[in-house]
Design a protein around this ligand. Structure first.
Ligand code: HSE
Length: 393
């Protein structure tokens, strides 16, 4: 595609689509123009000329002059259909749909290989942080031990507002929605599904292991209360929703859980909609990536960077899949946690070992102890709104 104008066909014109439009208009270095934008609702008022829009997907998918399909829609099934068809039609595809990608990684990997076309999705994980390309290009599988961090802008925004400005959860969530950070269904953010999709994608690029999202345990910040916030503050800590994947003894484990974070931790100072990723590798110890993890132009800039990479025929090589020494997935790891509850019948403390702290008051109780991740996954009691969990460092 070198030196020619790239014709783009875009699906979706929501927060990210409009962000891309703006970023594209303000970037002089790339020879790309939007040929068509496929949208669902033709009656919605749009901020740009109506000639851009169509509701017929084939105006993009079947147009031989469109080189790159950019998929930015919310509907997971429709997104997979669009991306698969585009790849089969020999078009390069750029997507930001983390859920669709995480749920279909094996199929998408096959499709891009069989059809010999690039499929790029940097914007799907941590928006503006170029983490996928770094994992692909820079890190050798043998050296990388862990990918850990804040992969959801909305929950980080909410936690920042709670800890720094004493806002209520509801007000902070409303702001995150108004600013275009949250998912259409914000439970995906606050219950930790969205960062789970992202860590599943990062895990593949870090270690070459395909993991289904349902294999990874996620628990968000939906049960957080004032007692937990005081608990954190008394220990000079903050709370962050952490997504992690870690390799140990030939296995890789992964989860999304709220963590108590001490001041010396680099993630402590990641505020608002920013995301932060810590990589741990054998010789470099820790490396830290930080950047905006949500919002129209931040995400649009990652999409644009993928489009720009296509000009140089860039594609993911998936080297770690090809190396054939992938760690196998496990949930058999132990975590030190704080577990808060109201009455003893709400939890099963027999699942814990090494309980080092116990607290009881008329209103709340908690223990600090160690529990196996697999037990947490199976624990029905975490569904009780009076029960909350924080991982301790
Ligand atoms: N809802 C997502 C977030 C958007 O808050 O991080 C970016 O993926």
């Amino acid at each position: 595609m070198e030196n020619k104008t790239i014709n783009l066909g875009i699906f979706g014109f929501g927060v990210v689509g409009q962000g891309l439009y703006e970023v594209l208009n303000r970037t002089k270095g790339i020879n790309a123009r939007i040929k068509k934008i496929c949208i669902k609702d033709p009656n919605k008022s749009r901020p740009i000329d109506s000639s851009y829009f169509t509701t017929d997907k084939n105006e993009i998918l079947e147009d031989p002059t469109i080189d790159v399909v950019v998929e930015l829609i919310n509907d997971t099934e429709a997104a997979f259909e669009i991306v698969s068809t585009a790849l089969r039609n020999g078009k390069a595809v750029v997507s930001a749909s983390k859920r669709m990608i995480a749920e279909n990684l094996p199929a998408l990997y096959q499709l891009q290989a069989e059809n010999k076309v690039p499929f790029l999705y940097e914007a799907s994980s941590c928006a503006s942080i170029p983490i996928i390309r770094n994992l692909e290009e820079y890190y050798d599988n043998d050296l990388l031990n862990a990918v850990e961090g804040i992969c959801n802008g909305s929950t980080n925004y909410i936690l920042t507002k709670i800890f720094e400005e004493n806002l209520s959860f509801t007000t902070a969530l409303q702001q995150a929605q108004d600013l275009g950070f949250a998912e259409t269904d914000p439970t995906l953010d606050i219950e930790g599904y969205d960062p789970k999709f992202k860590i599943v994608i990062l895990l593949l690029h870090a270690f070459g292991t395909f993991v289904k999202p349902e294999e990874v345990f996620n628990f968000g910040i939906h049960h957080l209360n004032d007692f937990d916030i005081q608990f954190a503050k008394q220990r000079n800590c903050t709370i962050k929703l952490i997504a992690q994947c870690r390799r140990q003894n030939g296995h890789v484990s992964s989860y999304v859980l709220p963590h108590l974070i001490k001041e010396h931790n680099l993630l402590y100072d990641v505020y608002n909609e920013y995301n932060g990723i810590l990589l741990e590798s054998a010789f470099t110890d820790k490396q830290f990536f930080v950047g905006k993890g949500a919002g129209g132009t931040a995400t649009g800039s990652a999409v644009l960077s993928d489009i720009s990479a296509l000009v140089y025929n860039y594609r993911y090589e998936y080297k770690k899949i090809k190396q054939n020494n992938q760690p196998s997935f496990t949930n058999d790891v132990n975590l030190k946690v704080y577990l808060r509850y109201k009455t003893p019948d709400q939890v099963d403390l027999a699942e814990f070992f090494n309980i080092s702290e116990k607290y009881e008051s008329t209103e709340w109780r908690y223990v600090v102890g160690t529990i196996n991740l697999q037990k947490l996954r199976e624990a029905g009691w975490l569904k009780n709104k009076n029960v909350n969990l924080l991982v301790l460092e």
